[in-house]
Design a protein. Structure first.
Length: 111
């Protein structure tokens, strides 16, 4: 992910897609297919930064999103993910450049 995402007018969304208890993999796949998940998500205009499966939890997706598309991402989650996943969404940012500035400031005697 580029360190100038904020300057490019984009935000990071971290989505936690937790599997509903009691659903088997076949149930999950069937429901995702029925909701057209694989063709509808992620929406056009966004970029997948990472998509990880966390065993026992579900999926963790990080999207780079222009702010004006955040409502459409939410709408698509409501349309095609609900009933399969419970969702948590967090706005986040790339901390690497901030960390580097802090390290330099500390090296230079600051806090």
């Amino acid at each position: 992910m580029s360190s100038n995402t904020a300057q490019e007018g984009k935000v990071l969304l971290t989505l936690i897609l937790k599997h509903h208890p009691g659903l088997t993999l076949d149930d999950v796949q069937s429901r995702l297919k029925a909701s057209q998940w694989w063709s509808r998500f992620p929406i056009e205009g966004t970029r997948v930064v990472s998509w990880t499966v966390a065993m026992g939890l579900g999926q963790i997706v990080m999207l780079e999103v222009p702010p004006h598309l955040v409502p459409q991402v939410n709408l698509e989650l409501e349309r095609s993910a609900w009933g399969v996943f419970s969702t948590e969404v967090y706005t986040s940012y790339d901390f690497v450049p901030v960390r580097e500035r802090i390290k330099q400031r500390v090296r230079d005697g600051g806090q």
